[in-house]
Write a protein that binds this ligand. Structure first.
Ligand code: MF3
Ligand code: CO
Length: 251
């Protein structure tokens, strides 16, 4: 499938899908406290998404059984919410969510600290977030896609972290996953030329240890192979004539 260029109307709908998802994340963050189950976070997220008249895009996607991915500590992404999994002080909790508004999608992820966390965990969360901002310095018309990948990787790897290779970012629009794929690690090719109207979900997944990951027997949950902590940060971004517009981060 070719990379699509969104029309002004499509951009406006995706902007609204992004604004809504930003609010959903803000509300979910407040709920991430010791004692809450990962299932309760999912139920809250679904309720919030529906309260804005949106559809949770993850629910039923390839059979995924929930609306929010809740990935704790060494879980990288796609953690399945479970009423028996109770969040503890010191955990780091990655929340990934997507909404569909009038047929258009947004996708964003954040990693939150629960109470007091280790210095190591704090740095991992901060570097993962900053790696996204290093990447989007190149999310501009006239640059090539893999300049984003290289900037994310160079920044994260300078801290000795492992940049996950088995999962990548993606184009987004009517579908959650559109072309192009957006790796977070250095590529041999320079990738497509970025053009105004492209909408991209850029999502570094960074491990404190090695980059290798494994899948649990639930066929969804991705964990670090070496048991190290992992963080995730994702926004839905529009390429413009100037600075990129981050639909899921208006402030
Ligand atoms: N946000 C994820 C991504 O960027 C998708 C979650 S997979 C799902 O690819 F099954 F939960 F939808
Ligand atoms: Co995504």
């Amino acid at each position: 499938m070719a990379v699509t260029i969104k029309s002004a109307r499509e951009i406006e709908l995706m902007r609204e899908a992004g604004r809504i998802l930003e609010k959903v994340h803000e509300e979910m963050e407040k709920a991430v406290r010791p004692g809450i189950s990962t299932k309760d976070i999912d139920l809250l997220g679904e309720e919030l998404i529906r309260s804005f008249g949106c559809i949770p895009s993850f629910l039923g996607y390839n059979g995924y059984p929930a609306s929010i991915c809740v990935s704790v500590n060494d879980e990288v992404v796609h953690g399945i919410p479970d009423k028996h999994h109770i969040i503890q002080e010191g955990d780091i909790v990655s929340l990934d969510a997507g909404v569909i508004y009038k047929g258009y999608q947004s996708d964003a992820a954040r990693t939150h600290a629960v109470g007091e966390i280790s210095q190591e965990a704090r740095q991992l969360i901060d570097v993962t977030k900053q790696s996204f901002f290093e990447g989007i310095k190149y999310a501009r018309a006239g640059h090539h896609l893999h300049e984003i990948s290289a900037a994310i990787a160079d920044y994260a790897e300078s801290f000795g972290y492992g940049v996950v290779r088995d999962l990548v970012g993606h184009g987004i629009g009517k579908e959650m996953h559109e072309d192009p794929q957006i790796p977070n690690f250095r590529q041999k090719r320079r990738g497509i030329l970025l053009q105004p109207g492209m909408t991209l979900a850029i999502e570094p997944m960074i491990n404190a240890g090695r980059y290798d990951v494994a899948w649990l027997d639930d066929d969804w949950t991705v964990v670090t192979d070496d048991g190290s902590l992992s963080a995730h940060y994702e926004n839905t971004v529009l390429i413009t004539d100037g600075d990129p517009e981050i639909f899921t981060l208006s402030k």
